[in-house]
Structures are given as structure tokens and as C-alpha cells.
Design a protein around this ligand. Structure first.
Ligand code: UDB
Ligand code: ZN
Length: 193
């Protein structure tokens, strides 16, 4: 399994590289890497496992973060609207178009590869259209995908694709978000009796 020891940190040269296109069909090594990336996200979100191995609860990871400079990302998160689960292993993902409108996470971003608090907010496209291939880890099929996402899930995908382009969020923080609407997470109201 992957642990935080496998996650390289800010300052490591691999994080600044442009990742390579993945060759299709996938090699057995690339399939194993994709499966390990999703397993890391699942483990990191499983309280008993994340405590035992001191994993930060991850919603996304890009292959360069484990020192593999190839265009592969894993996403495991729900969206802020209907709590729909996005569990995806994407190969050669590309943003083919995006909205003019921007958005941001009101609490700012963090990163598994950044071990410090960074002030400032990251402006992201509000809506994106992504093309690439989706890896099914059960059947090992690689399916072409073309989908639109917005809001929180869109931000996670943009953050991971930035890693494929050698960009870390501290390099793109801004102070000024005048006139731009943040992603809004609904408040979980406790229902009693
Ligand atoms: C994360 N996790 O995984 F609202 F259950 C961050 C870290 C850096 C804090 C681990 C995160 O935001 N988890 C989270 C948030 C919730 C509810 C919940 C868990 N990343 C991924 C990363 O570094 N990928 O390279 C940072 C996110 C900041 C914006 C998008 C990705
Ligand atoms: Zn990151």
C-alpha cells in the first residue's frame, strides 16, 4: 500500500515537470499504479486505516505526487450538491473547454504534497469539460470519456490536472476574489427525532 512516505513534497523536482502521456494499451505497471492510487484514497478516508498509518484524508491524487511523471489521476469525493460519489481513475485527462465564470473554495486549498498552511485562494473555472480515458479497475477496461463537471468536483479535477502540468496551488494563489462566487457547501442540519 501507499503511505505518506510515498508522497513527494514541495521542492521535489518531479512535481515541477510536465507529466508524459500514458501509452495505450496500459502496461501492467501503469494498471498497478492506478489501483494503488485509488487504494490510497480509500485507505486515507477510512478512519481506522488513516489513523494507523497517519494518512491525510485525500479526495484526489496525481501520479507525479508518487514520483511517477505520467498523466494519471485518481478522484474519490462527493459533490457539494447531491452528494453524488465521484470515484474515477483518469488517464490522459484534458480540459477541452471551460466556463468564463470562475469559483473558489472559500477555505482555500491544501495539498498532500504541501506541508504548510498557505494563505490565499485559488481561482478555478466554475465548469469544465474533460476528455480522457477512465480505467475500470475491476474489468481493467479503459473507456474514452467526455464529461462536464462543476463546483467542488471540478476544483478537485483542476487541482489534479495542475499536478500533471507541474503546478502546485501555492504558485497560483490570489488575494482578490471580488465579484466571484465561492463553492457553497450545504450545512448538514441534524435531524432530531
Ligand atoms: C486533498 N483533502 O486530498 F471537505 F472528507 C485534501 C488534503 C490536502 C487536505 C488531504 C481534502 O480536502 N479532504 C476533504 C475535504 C472535505 C471533506 C473530506 C475530505 N487534496 C488532494 C491533493 O492534494 N491532490 O493533489 C487537496 C484538495 C484541495 C482542493 C482540491 C484537492
Ligand atoms: Zn495536490
Amino acid at each position: 500500500m501507499l503511505t505518506m512516505k510515498d508522497v513527494i513534497r514541495e521542492g521535489h523536482p518531479t512535481l515541477a515537470l510536465r507529466a508524459k502521456d500514458v501509452k495505450i494499451p496500459l502496461s501492467e505497471h501503469d494498471k498497478k499504479t492506478l489501483k494503488l492510487m485509488m487504494e490510497f484514497l480509500i485507505n486515507s478516508q477510512t478512519p481506522e486505516i488513516s489513523e494507523e498509518y497517519e494518512l491525510r484524508p485525500g479526495v484526489g491524487i496525481a501520479a507525479p505526487q508518487i514520483n511517477i511523471s505520467k498523466k494519471m489521476i485518481a478522484i474519490l469525493t462527493t459533490d457539494e450538491k447531491d452528494e453524488k460519489l465521484y470515484k474515477m481513475l483518469l488517464v490522459n485527462p484534458k480540459i477541452v473547454s471551460h466556463s468564463v465564470k470562475k469559483t473558489y473554495l472559500p477555505g482555500g486549498e491544501g495539498c498532500l504534497s504541501v506541508d504548510r498552511e498557505v494563505e490565499g485562494l485559488v481561482l478555478r473555472h466554475k465548469k469544465i469539460r474533460v476528455k480522457g480515458f477512465s480505467f475500470n479497475e475491476i474489468t481493467e477496461e479503459l473507456i474514452p470519456v467526455d464529461f462536464r463537471v462543476e463546483g467542488y468536483v471540478g476544483i478537485v479535477i483542476q487541482h489534479e490536472i495542475d499536478h500533471l502540468n507541474g503546478i502546485l496551488f501555492p504558485e497560483i494563489v490570489t488575494e482578490n476574489v471580488d465579484g466571484i462566487d465561492p463553492v457553497v457547501f450545504p450545512i448538514q442540519e441534524d435531524i432530531e427525532e
